[in-house]
Design a protein around this ligand. Structure first.
Ligand code: ADP
Ligand code: MG
Length: 848
């Protein structure tokens, strides 16, 4: 085993010129920790462990976390030295400081963010309220818990893990393999240290590791639980989100939804899938790739009407059929097998467009998933009813204090600040970066590009330099693999189809002569060391002398972040390295966004398809296209959020009431009842009477059950109404009115209506209680909640499944051929209503 020898970088160079104020503030902490190092080095293991107790006492005595920070960080540094044999660098301490102060620490890949997180995690866990560390997948949650568990354990802190199917507690038990764990812990999970536990035990630990979706789902699950002892979480105090851009930006467009199947006929999907196969692009419908939308034209509608055997789909079949038709065409034209999804064991599994990961259990909403199932001829699953839902934005806003880390946040700092009030702070690297980022090479055709990539990789491979090739989809990774085979270049493929071995494949990607083809998923979590994960100094030096890791991008991604993430795999900790993107005029980004000038320019060169040109103008055009798409995507996430904020207020109020009734003392339940009664004399008299008849304790026990069940029933209905409302405010014309304002106004009205219905129903049930009847009502408490299945989908931004939306005040309906003027805030267009519909669903709204 070999450790890098750290150069002493002077503090002055770290904190020097023009940097973020938080960097300067961190300076005295770093100095104080340095001063404490000798003292802590001399402590016995037992004395080190006891420090936690002392720190907690200091906090109980009125000191703040900031007061304790230098000591706490020094303790963690000492514990890390003793256990994982790593001494946190000064820049890592700075990262830790930023994480404690509502910052996003932008630290490059390989800077050791896993270790950085232990500093603020330990500090905040001193408050005894639990700290959550969020990782991008289950595997990394286990890895980090086992790897860093040793550091926490040396300080007497407990660690939990929540995974999709299991929960664990870190268990020191098996000491024998400690040595191996220290060496391999950065990419391999040692299950011997994970003792299966209940969810609740995992959350009771001082520090809990898990994925964003599991934390979010547990929150929702707790809020549909019927027994206090089933509750999992114990509040939301402090969370550190690793790879925060991946989680809060890339995944933010799919909210978490817990739902159960409802009735919807499978035949309908099959019928429309068949109709869609008969419709032709451009003849029956057009595709707007920029907006990822389709538009049926009159010819297409008539064609579909003929196939359905109806005269007029709108008048005879209504909005529901139109929705089915459009969805089937979307499924056909915009969703491709092995790109947006894969078919596995008779199921459609979504592939995340940014990370390239399969996302089993997730489903597209509004019937899109079913439409794709019908298209692929697999079993069409039942549509579902929402029991609880939340966006990641609103889940993470529940925390008193939030922090994040990633190698790539800078290009999204505006979004982080506006949505989460998080500041992105660039932390200097431990060693200067010497990686060479070469200019893009541009080819006329995709084929030419792949031929050239094959040649380049063969050359690099011949001299032994390891190559990591990033591809944008599974399909492309397989295509490229074929080109490499033709050139006789041996290689590993890493895509969503074999992510079980991800950790090890990535860890070995830096070995001499390795060629690894990966989708974007390989960009996260596991560090690529020159010479391989367990390289000897000699192996390391050998790869270093060959120029380090060569990262080859085969296409620019929509977001610059994702490209930077790929580049960042190379040149860690001052290592040499090279990166280069190969792009072609046939790439998606180019095809859709590059201007004709560029295309003409390329044409004029008249060079063979596998000969590249290097042209600054083309590269700049690509980057400006990326900036534009980033802005567009930010807007669409902001849009989703603005709508969800309306629901969020209501959800918080309902869940607070629910929690009071589920776990509160009797007088809290009584308060809820008083609150509902709102001074109504009649109701108060009734409650008095019942109290005399059946006694206060029984009354309150039964009331708990009644309130819970009524609340859940009405809330589920309310969620559905809000979904319909969401669809209809965009579709219906409101004159000058802003759909968001309408949504807020109508949403508030619906909520009030539900409140009234809620009180009426609760008091009706209580009023009908008899002494004998209470036994039955009490046994309701034991009734299991409807078993919801997990389901992730987009929030409603599309047509409602039926046109039975909530009654709208003053909305004048528009006909299909009526002219409307619509806007997306920057652009305004005038067109027929039927043409405008797809745009309205994208977030455009009607001006007049
Ligand atoms: P990141 O998440 O920032 O990409 P990791 O946490 O995966 O980085 O760590 C990358 C590698 O750096 C690991 O192999 C780890 O052992 C090593 N490392 C982290 N901190 C230190 C340190 N203070 N000294 C030496 N090596 C370190
Ligand atoms: Mg990491």
């Amino acid at each position: 085993m070999w450790y890098s020898i750290c150069l002493m970088v002077s503090l002055k160079s770290i904190f020097g010129g023009g940097s973020h104020p938080l960097l300067k503030q961190a300076k005295p902490i770093v100095e104080a920790v340095a001063t404490l190092e000798d003292k802590y080095e001399k402590l016995t293991d037992e004395e080190l462990r006891k420090l936690t107790h002392d720190f907690r006492n200091r906090i109980a005595g009125g000191e703040t976390l900031n007061d304790v920070m230098p000591d706490a960080f020094a303790a963690v540094r000492e514990a890390a030295k003793r256990t994982v044999k790593l001494r946190p660098f000064d820049v890592q301490l700075i990262g830790g400081y930023v994480l404690h102060n509502r910052g996003i620490a932008e630290m490059k890949t390989g800077e050791g963010k896993t270790l950085v997180a232990t500093l603020p995690a330990y500090l905040n866990a001193l408050m005894n309220k639990g700290v959550h560390v969020i990782t991008v997948n289950d595997y990394l949650a286990r890895r980090d818990a086992v790897w860093m568990g040793q550091v926490y354990a040396a300080l007497g802190m407990s660690v939990g893990v929540i995974n999709a199917d299991n929960s664990y507690r870190y268990d020191l038990g098996h000491k024998e393999i400690d040595g191996m764990r220290d060496e391999e812990g950065s990419f391999r999970v040692f299950y011997e240290f994970l003792r299966p536990s209940t969810r609740r035990e995992a959350y009771e630990a001082d520090i809990t590791y898990g994925t964003n979706s599991e934390f979010g789902f547990d929150y929702l699950r707790d809020n549909i639980s019927y027994k206090p002892e089933d509750l999992r979480q114990r509040g939301h105090s402090y969370a550190i989100v690793d790879e925060i851009d991946s989680i809060l930006i890339d995944e933010a467009r799919t909210p978490l939804i817990i739902s159960a199947p409802a009735q919807e006929s499978e035949d309908l999907y099959r019928t429309f899938a068949k109709i869609a196969t008969n419709l032709k692009r451009d003849e029956d419908f057009t595709v707007d790739e920029k907006l990822k939308a389709i538009q049926l034209n009159d010819h297409g509608i008539e064609h579909a009407e003929k196939l359905l055997g109806v005269e007029n789909i709108y008048t005879e079949k209504g909005i529901k059929y139109v929705h089915h038709l459009e969805t089937a065409v979307r499924a056909k034209a915009l969703f491709h097998k092995d790109k947006e999804y894969v078919v596995k064991n008779g199921e459609i599994i979504i592939v995340d467009e940014f990370t390239g990961r399969m996302q089993p259990g997730r489903r597209w909403s509004e019937g899109l998933h079913q439409a794709i199932e019908a298209k692929e001829g697999v079993n069409v699953q039942k549509e579902s009813r929402t029991f609880a839902s939340i966006t990641y934005q609103n889940y993470f806003r529940l925390y008193d204090n939030l922090a994040g880390m990633t190698g790539t946040a800078k290009t999204s700092s505006e979004e982080f600040y506006k949505v989460y009030a998080l500041e992105v702070v660039e932390i200097p690297t431990n060693q200067p970066v010497v990686r060479k980022d070469l200019n893009d090479l541009i080819f006329q055709t995709e084929k030419g590009k792949f031929i050239a990539i094959g040649r380049t990789v063969k050359e690099l491979n011949k001299k032994g330099q390891p190559v990591l090739i990033g591809t944008v989809s599974i399909e492309k990774s397989e295509l490229l693999s074929a080109y490499l085979k033709r050139e006789g270049v041996p290689h590993e493929i890493l895509n969503a189809k074999n992510h079980e071995r991800e950790g090890e494949i990535v860890a070995e990607a830096g070995k001499i002569g390795k060629v690894t083809v990966a989708t974007n998923m390989a960009g996260r979590g596991v560090d690529i060391k020159l010479g391989g994960a367990l390289a000897t100094l000699e192996e390391y030096e050998q790869v270093k002398s060959l120029g380090g890791l060569f990262v080859l991008g085969t296409e620019r991604h929509e977001a610059r972040r994702i490209d930077n993430q790929l580049r960042g795999r190379s040149g860690r900790q001052g290592d040499p390295g090279e990166t280069r993107f190969f792009v072609s005029l046939e790439d998606n980004l180019m095809r859709v966004f590059a201007s004709d000038t560029i295309k003409n320019l390329m044409g004029r060169f008249g060079i063979p398809e596998d000969e590249p040109i290097e042209n600054g103008m083309v590269t700049r055009a690509l980057e400006s296209a990326q900036t534009k798409i980033e802005g567009f995507n930010f807007d669409s996430r902001k849009h989703v959020l603005e709508y969800d904020n309306v629901l969020d207020k209501q959800r918080r109020a309902m869940y607070a009431r629910r929690n009071a009734v589920l776990v509160g003392r009797d007088d809290e339940v009584a308060d809820v009842l008083m609150d509902l009664a709102g001074g109504n004399e009649e109701v108060l008299a009734m409650l008095d009477k019942k109290e005399k008849e059946i006694g206060r304790p029984t009354l309150l026990t039964v009331a708990r059950t009644i309130v819970l069940q009524t609340l859940d029933m009405l809330w589920v209905d309310h969620l559905e109404s809000m979904e319909y409302l969401r669809g209809s405010v965009n579709l219906r014309a409101y004159g000058q009115r802003d759909p968001l304002i309408e949504y807020r106004k109508e949403g508030t009205r619906l909520y009030k209506q539900m409140e009234e219905a809620f009180a009426a129903r609760v008091f009706e049930l209580i009023g009908n209680l008899t002494k004998e009847g209470t036994a039955g009502a009490m046994s309701l408490a034991a009734m299991p909640a409807p078993a919801p299945i997990l389901n992730l989908g987009r929030i409603q931004t599309n047509l409602p499944p039926t046109d039975a939306g909530a009654p709208m005040s003053g909305g004048n309906e528009l006909g299909r051929n009526d002219k409307v003027k619509i806007t997306n805030g920057t652009e305004t267009k005038e067109m027929k209503f039927k043409k405008a519909e797809p745009l309205l669903k994208q977030g455009w709204s009607i001006v007049e």
